[in-house]
Design a protein around this ligand. Sequence first.
Ligand SMILES: NC(=O)c1ccc[n+]([C@@H]2O[C@H](COP(=O)([O-])OP(=O)(O)OC[C@H]3O[C@@H](n4cnc5c(N)ncnc54)[C@H](O)[C@@H]3O)[C@@H](O)[C@H]2O)c1
Ligand SMILES: O=c1ccn([C@@H]2O[C@H](COP(=O)(O)OP(=O)(O)O[C@H]3O[C@H](CO)[C@@H](O)[C@H](O)[C@H]3O)[C@@H](O)[C@H]2O)c(=O)[nH]1
Length: 432
Amino acid sequence: MNVAIIGTGYVGLPTGVGLAELGHQVVCIDREQSKIDALQAGKITLYEDGLEELFRKNTKEKRLHFTTSMKDGISNAELVIIAVGTPPHPITKEADMKYIHAAATELAEHLTRYTIIATKSTVPVGTGDDIEILIAKKNPQAEFDVVSLPEFLREGYAVHDFFNPDRIIVGANSDKAKEKIKELYKAFDNEIPMLFVSRRSSETIKYASNAFLAMKIHYINEMANFCEKADANIYEVAQGMGLDSRIGPKFLTPGPGYGGSCFPKDTLAMAYMARQNDVEMSLITATIKGNDNRKKEMAERIVNAVKYIDNPKIAVLGLAFKNGTDDCRESPAIEIVSELVNRKYSVFAYDPKAMKNAETLIGSKITYCQSAYEAVENADVLAILTEWEEFKKLDLNKIASLMKNKTIIDCRNMLDKQKALSLDFNYQGIGI
Ligand SMILES: NC(=O)c1ccc[n+]([C@@H]2O[C@H](COP(=O)([O-])OP(=O)(O)OC[C@H]3O[C@@H](n4cnc5c(N)ncnc54)[C@H](O)[C@@H]3O)[C@@H](O)[C@H]2O)c1
Ligand SMILES: O=c1ccn([C@@H]2O[C@H](COP(=O)(O)OP(=O)(O)O[C@H]3O[C@H](CO)[C@@H](O)[C@H](O)[C@H]3O)[C@@H](O)[C@H]2O)c(=O)[nH]1
């Protein structure tokens, strides 16, 4: 099938690569010239495990193409996937639809035959209806169906999740459109559950899922606070809870709060939609507030460790919003570091993948180090903010010999608490 994807970012690129690998002819369109130039030159523009290899293979086998031209991309497509950003509106915090509306308007004039327009972007309920109106207005002759095809991939696992999704949700109001989406995923051989629902239900499923997962994290973070006071262990508690199949073991890992480009913005957007529809969603509102407080609490823990020291040095390990990605959007680590910088503390940070992106957000207000050990040298406190596997393997003896004052605030429980205590560290983990 000839597929065009508008928006070649964290969703658009892995989706394009994945669909090409399934055998489709894919054109990825982006308005950012430098991104398309790089991709055309064979340079991958974001880090995702396993992506580069498949990108190279499918480009070489001529199933994957890149362009900035909407005309070149759309005019041959049977299916157009919209994967542009839907960031929070700066004032209302609802999903800002300017990129979606622009994409729909720009694509409309190039529709030359029956085409499916599928939204993979996370979009508010009713967006499919708006897109229909925009396209029909711009190109009254166009024959098309608008489908909601929400994306559930996780950053860092984009390739894995593309090929092994828990489910494919299809919000389609016509049988022709349903058949086309079935054809798109034919290579999965019916092994992935595909749920056909109304377009509005599909749009809601995406927000309902993300808000629920965010709430689960907030819940376990509050439970971790309780465990710290009650001398219980959050991992034992989470394991015990997770054995109940109604609860499940996933998304019960405590930390410094959830971040990323999805949960923070999608919970805000869901809360906005609830207000618009005059529906109370107290759990979502409490989750948003609790998660904001969580990051402040973590910054406070670090400050408390150094507040009586003259010109303390703070070492930070991890800047990405989670492991496996270079993405720092809405990263709890960035918010915590920014709070420390605002309070004029000297921060020395290291992240295996995200330093370049972190620098675009924090600038030169902190020192970027080439390794974890360089960051901890002469430090008065070490704060671990991202759950990179390599932090688990750090040599605590070496850290003890490098630090000036031996305090660790381990917001991801990466280090061995007992070992740290035996080496006379003042060690604070989360919920343990
Ligand atoms: N990042 C994730 O893990 C993830 C997962 C599931 C769903 N989503 C949703 O998918 C959408 C995209 O997210 P993302 O993280 O990939 O965003 P992104 O910012 O990484 O990528 C969006 C791309 O769209 C391009 N773009 C914007 N308007 C355009 C236009 N009119 N024509 C051509 N290109 C245009 C931008 O230049 C950018 O490269 C969002 O709605 C997000 O909520 C994201
Ligand atoms: O038990 C957990 C799980 C996650 N997190 C944090 O939660 C955030 C989000 O993590 P994750 O869900 O793995 O990353 P995303 O890539 O943001 O993926 C989420 O957001 C995407 C965009 O909508 C969806 O497609 C995915 O299904 C959904 O998991 C990160 O800060 C994690 O550190 C925790 O603190 N504890």
